[in-house]
Design a protein around this ligand. Sequence first.
Ligand code: THU
Length: 128
Amino acid sequence: MTDRLIAAALAAREHAFAPYSRFQVGAALEDADGRIHTGCNVENASYGLTMCAERVAVFKAVSEGVRQFRRMAVAAESDVLTPPCGACRQILWEFCGNIEIVLVNPRGQAESYRLQDLYPKPFDVSYL
Ligand code: THU
């Protein structure tokens, strides 16, 4: 199952729209039914409106009514594997909780984390 998720993240990365940074990212989010929702980064000439691959995947799934998730794979081309940015960690915490995050690159390197370890002491609804 992890292999399928990693393959989906690597494939999603091929769709990245990243003409400005040239840093292509793919994400694949597995839901509780085993379905995979993918995303890639989508940049904009204004730069600030750029959307990360992870949030594209989460928002695609949520917009289709999916609310339960198991894990995400994030694929980028780097030797030190690329973790989700701070904004993505916050969004992932909101919708996915303490899921497993698998970081990969196209050369087959992979590392697995729990979101809580990447994002300790998150802000969430419990503070409202
Ligand atoms: N990016 C992602 O898609 N996900 C991350 O976790 C880190 C950064 C994108 C945003 C931008 O298009 C490019 O990578 C460089 O920051």
